[in-house]
Design a protein around this ligand. Sequence first.
Ligand code: UDP
Length: 328
Amino acid sequence: MRALVTGGAGFIGSHLTEKLLAEGLRVVVVDNLETGRLDNLKPFAKNPRFSFIKEDINNTVKIAKYFKSIDWVFHLAALADIVPSVVNPSAYHKANVDGTVAILEAARYAGIKKFVYAASSSCYGIPSAYPTSEEAAISPQYPYALTKYIGESFCLHWAKVYKMPVVSLRLFNVYGPRSRTSGAYGAVFGVFLAQKLHGKPFTVVGDGNQKRDFIYVSDVAQAFLNAASSDVCNEIFNVGSGNPQSINALVALLEGEVIHIPKRPGEPDCTWADIEKIKKTLRWQPRISFEEGVRRMLANIDYWKQAPVWTRAGIKSATKEWFKYISI
Ligand code: UDP
């Protein structure tokens, strides 16, 4: 079996690539390294079944040939983060919408057997029902969420019109080793671990009682594998733990001083995935508990030595556009 992973040098993509290689597949990674890192490929760079193509997903002429004899396509390449998507929405449209159409077309012409899309739970916005099922109303709050949702709609449209065998996975808060260390403000684990390493207080948003459905990255990689290997097509699945944790609970496990920063507009007090559908249909369930996941992060804390150390003032300035444009 041969797989192609777009965004394979990124956080989730690199874990998925590692898993596919461990399962005996041949894996081609396509990544422009704009946010992905060569370092993330190190654990398997020498595997003879692995190859890396440094290319942009929108460069259709260049990438088409790598889809030849590919069985499974995993499309994870995307621009992430909220603030830069508010500042530069057209870059997000190009990467997350045009890029998805480009990959769908390359996959269609190559006659691939399965296409798995990394969608985002941010499509639910501020949900009105918990746990939130795949049937919940769609309400993106910022351009990143919108572009990932439009990308998902394109995938399902290709399933309808071109009979492309598609599965879309709506990922909740994914964490684990190799989660982003640089660039834009975001992803609480990277922020807190860098703060801990430098003896700085954790910048807790609001009162810290807000909850997130954190899901460990190896469980997410397994969900992608189950989605590809099952016969299920044209379906959307939530991928979360189904067991949301508060930021205060995270702080208690990480241990350290706390300061409080203002609540951010447009973000829910709780995310909580209803995972009944994926459990039943793809026979998937989360294996890594929150406590175990956090323990593993602390065991790998040196990885975040390169990460920026966010302070109250730094966060205030980095989130200026967020507070300016997004309202509750
Ligand atoms: N958070 C926090 N301090 C920070 C960054 C984030 O308390 O410096 C909280 C934030 O309020 C949210 C959770 O951590 O409840 C996850 O935030 P992240 O940006 O990682 O993901 P989101 O769920 O917002 O996409």
